[in-house]
Design a protein around this ligand. Structure first.
Ligand SMILES: [Zn+2]
Length: 412
């Protein structure tokens, strides 16, 4: 343990753009312990919280982190930002946080807020036939009905995420000839309704292929509609062409100054070729570095070790990130190898009770937990990796000295 750790942690706390409600607290912070929204009528209010537990550093044994140090503080907030962290004053006239741990709110970096059964009647997962193309046929059938209430359900889903401590999401949103731009418009309405308590960035997602169904005109329109990334899905399997689809995606992103985040489930040769081609295009267009991601990228888990290292190295060098939902079962994502080559790794819930999957919990903390279990991570191993800031653990953010922009959340 050294003083630097303490200082950087404190500095982080002081400097981070914490919004009033943008603070997740440990699981035990039950709603009855918390002030109601009536007590927090506005983020403009000046607020004091006492008995707030904050991490202050690490405990080491033989150079290995064995625990985190914590202490209680008085935290003052004004205009939605932390203005002062003072030694605890148990007798102060302040909201009592009762010793619970305060954290920046989490970020769910891969989710589909626009299509969910959540908030409606529960439905069992359906048997998939004919792979993703079968799912496209299913979507063409059910989306018109889903869209009727998608704003309401997106808001309910956002509330679920907030209840798990998440204040920001990167949401893919269907752009294809069935939904046209309606799924995007409905989601934007939900986000507008939640804008005081939840932030998001959007990926225009041609779920039904760019060319398999003609999504091109809709993608071009969506690119003008306050989205952040151009999406995609399995170019070879769906569109039957890697280069043509990636070229279109890259050009649309360049023309509109957007990032790229494509779904890639293909785990064979086509998956590898797609990753390599995308990396090539990013290197040709360096403006895309740092804002290009491959979601899932299962092929990485299937490569032999030498190839894995080679691709991880290329991803790191071209600053192409990976959004992984931390699959379990036969496929283990080589996250330690990605970290080794400075690849940004983000995580998210993906599906929450929809026709793709019914097992989403809404918790990214659970995803981080899963990652730690599967990969047998040691705390120190994780915490010293600066790129791990993309996982929602505060210590990593602190180690990187990164200011997190935290959107306020009104539910805990
Ligand atoms: Zn997805």
């Amino acid at each position: 343990m050294n003083i630097q750790d303490n200082i950087s942690r404190k500095d982080f706390l002081k400097n981070a753009t914490f919004a009033m409600g943008g603070l997740a607290v440990s699981k035990g912070f039950s709603p009855e312990n918390l002030p109601s929204e009536n007590v927090f009528p506005s983020t403009k209010d000046k607020l004091s919280l006492k008995n707030v537990r904050l991490e202050t550093g690490f405990d080491y044994e033989e150079g290995e982190v064995i625990a985190t140090k914590t202490a209680l503080f008085l935290v003052e907030i004004e205009n939605g930002k932390i203005t002062n962290i003072a030694p605890n004053q148990p007798n102060a006239k302040a909201i009592d946080a009762k010793g619970h741990l305060m954290l920046p709110s989490f970020r769910d970096m891969h989710i589909h807020l626009d299509k969910t059964f959540y908030g409606d009647k529960w439905q069992a997962i359906r048997k998939r036939t004919n792979g993703v193309k079968g799912m496209i046929a299913l979507e063409q059938k059910i989306l018109p009905e889903l869209l009727k209430t998608s704003t309401y359900k997106a808001e309910k889903l956002i509330e679920l995420l907030q209840s798990k401590g998440t204040g920001f999401a990167r949401s893919h949103v269907n752009i294809e000839p069935t939904s046209k731009l309606q799924s995007l418009k409905n989601l934007q309405k939900a986000l507008e309704n939640k804008k005081n308590s939840f932030g998001a960035e959007l990926v225009a997602f041609p779920q039904h292929g760019v060319f398999y169904t003609d999504s091109v005109p809709y993608l071009k329109d969506a690119a003008q509609m306050d989205i952040d990334f151009i999406g995609g899905v399995d170019p070879f399997t769906i569109d039957g062409a890697i280069e043509k689809t990636i070229d279109f995606t890259v050009q649309l992103a360049l023309d509109n100054n957007k990032g790229i985040d494509i779904h890639l489930h293909e785990s064979g040769e086509s998956g590898l070729k797609t990753v390599e081609y995308l990396i090539e295009k990013v290197n040709e267009n360096p403006v895309l570095k740092g804002k290009t991601f491959v979601s899932h990228c299962f092929v990485l888990g299937k490569l032999e070790k030498t190839k894995q290292e080679e691709i991880a190295g290329k991803l790191g060098a071209s600053q192409v990130g990976i959004a992984s939902t931390i699959p379990i079962g036969s496929l283990i994502m080589p996250i330690p190898t990605l970290y080794k080559y400075n690849v940004k790794v983000v995580t998210g819930n993906d599906s929450i009770i929809d026709h793709w999957n019914t097992y989403g919990t809404g918790s990214v903390l659970q995803k981080a937990n899963l990652m730690a279990i599967i990969l047998n991570f040691y705390y120190q191993e994780v915490s010293k990796l600066p790129q791990a800031t993309y996982f929602p653990l505060m210590t990593k953010a602190i180690n990187n000295g990164q200011k997190l922009e935290i959107k306020p959340i009104s539910h805990f």
